[in-house]
Design a protein around this ligand. Structure first.
Ligand SMILES: [Zn+2]
Length: 413
């Protein structure tokens, strides 16, 4: 018989989908790694009991755009990370995945590794119980087109046509990669590759999608400009990162894929750069202006309002790990959704929970009978003030697979 754990005296935020959802008093019964029942006053003779003393239980959070290769003290030097000795580097990776878990994140989707097998090594070590960390949908090295952003091949793999791309995808999938990351647009931060540039083409993306699908994996893309977003949507890409510019064509293409495509904006990253948080690290006001990011931020915020109205699902996530978007501050993304994109706090939380599980292909994201018991316990009501999710002192515990994976040492001495 599997272990039974009863969480009592809790307020439960189920993440059912209502924009005005609030936590309500309930107990949660866990059997093995799954949620068995959610209701007030559950009787469960023989179960281990954890009295949560009025704390809020919500699904563990997720981030759909992670780079666990970037160490806790990462600044900007991708080449140095790529060249680091693998042993010490993997210890850095272990510290990063522990930070995710301790920040309430039980699920992450990789958006490209700097040393090729980082996500896979971390996932395996977590699975074997060697280190602590979230569920990982592993990515591999990013893939660029010859001549495109990253196309010099220094930090990415490079394909010239559909056949080569299919081969690269197959090779990564054979290693166990599940979320492949392709660069199909430029990025204002690299002036010779503006965000509106489109790289690859329909035939290449269709080949990549088909090959990934054959392996039970999926394609994610860096796509900032409208034309690249539209191409991703019509060719079967699952996660579109950034989507900073959305014209009517792009929006229509996204809408047609409302059921099996998600947009992951990385709003906080853009906000932080434009707000000057990166200035001490070399992103001077001149460089920010030259990148076009201020215009992209305005456009992305407008786009997020339109995505919401159209019912296109948004995923929380975005490039955390720079010193101005430090590891451990992941839930700042949710704060920006509330402050800038007009979401309710509950809706912002849904981007990291009920939207995340299905996007990752994992049975998580709601506090609901039958789902995996990946849960976060916090003091206070995050639907009243979403910023409490950023406060380490309020994080009581994190459960993964029905087991306490983190207990706040400041609360439970
Ligand atoms: Zn990224």
């Amino acid at each position: 018989m599997t272990g039974r754990l009863l969480l009592t005296n809790a307020r439960v935020l189920r993440c059912t989908g209502a924009r005005d959802e609030r936590p309500a008093a309930a107990d949660v019964l866990i059997e093995g790694d799954r949620i068995a029942r959610v209701a007030p006053g559950i009787e469960a003779p023989g179960a281990r009991v954890a009295d949560l003393r009025g704390a809020t239980v919500l699904p563990g959070l997720g981030d759909a755009h992670t780079h666990i290769s970037w160490p806790l003290d990462f600044v900007f030097d991708h080449a140095a990370v790529a060249a680091a000795a693998p042993g010490p580097h993997l210890l850095d990776v272990a510290a990063v995945v522990r930070t995710f878990l301790e920040s309430g994140y039980t699920l992450i989707i990789g958006a490209g590794t700097t040393q090729p097998l980082d996500d896979l090594h971390a996932r395996d070590a977590i699975g074997r119980g060697l280190i602590t960390g979230p569920r990982i949908v592993p990515s591999g090295p990013m893939i660029a087109e010859v001549g495109g952003l990253g196309g010099d091949g220094e930090l990415m793999e490079v394909a010239a046509d559909a056949r080569q791309l299919r081969e690269l995808v197959a090779r990564q999938c054979d290693l166990g990669v599940k979320a492949l990351k392709l660069f199909i647009s430029g990025d204002g931060v690299v002036p010779e590759h503006p965000s509106e540039d489109v790289y690859m083409n329909d035939a290449m993306l269709e080949a990549a999608v088909a090959e990934a699908d054959r392996h039970g994996a999926f394609i994610t893309v860096h796509a900032r400009g409208s034309a690249s977003v539209a191409m991703a949507a019509r060719t079967g890409v699952r996660i579109v990162h950034h989507a900073c510019f959305l014209d009517d064509d792009a929006l229509k293409a996204l809408e047609a894929r409302r059921d099996d495509l998600w947009v992951c904006p990385g709003l906080h990253y853009l906000y932080a750069v434009v707000s000057g948080h990166a200035a001490p690290y070399g992103m001077t006001p001149d460089r920010v202006e030259a990148s076009g990011y201020p215009r992209e931020l305005t456009s992305q915020i407008e786009g997020l309002h339109r995505l919401r109205e159209t019912g296109i699902k948004i995923l929380s996530g975005g490039d955390f790990g720079h010193q101005w978007t430090r590891h451990g501050t992941y839930a700042a993304e949710l704060q920006r959704y509330v402050e800038l994109a007009g979401m309710t706090a509950a809706e912002a939380i849904h981007t990291a929970t009920r939207n995340m599980g299905p996007a990752a292909g994992v049975e998580t994201g709601e506090v609901r009978e039958g789902l995996l018991a990946d849960l976060l316990v916090v003091d206070g009501d995050p639907t009243e003030d979403v910023t409490i999710l950023q406060d380490p002192a309020r994080r009581r515990a994190v459960l993964k697979d029905g087991t306490f994976a983190y207990l706040n040492p400041g609360i439970y001495p």
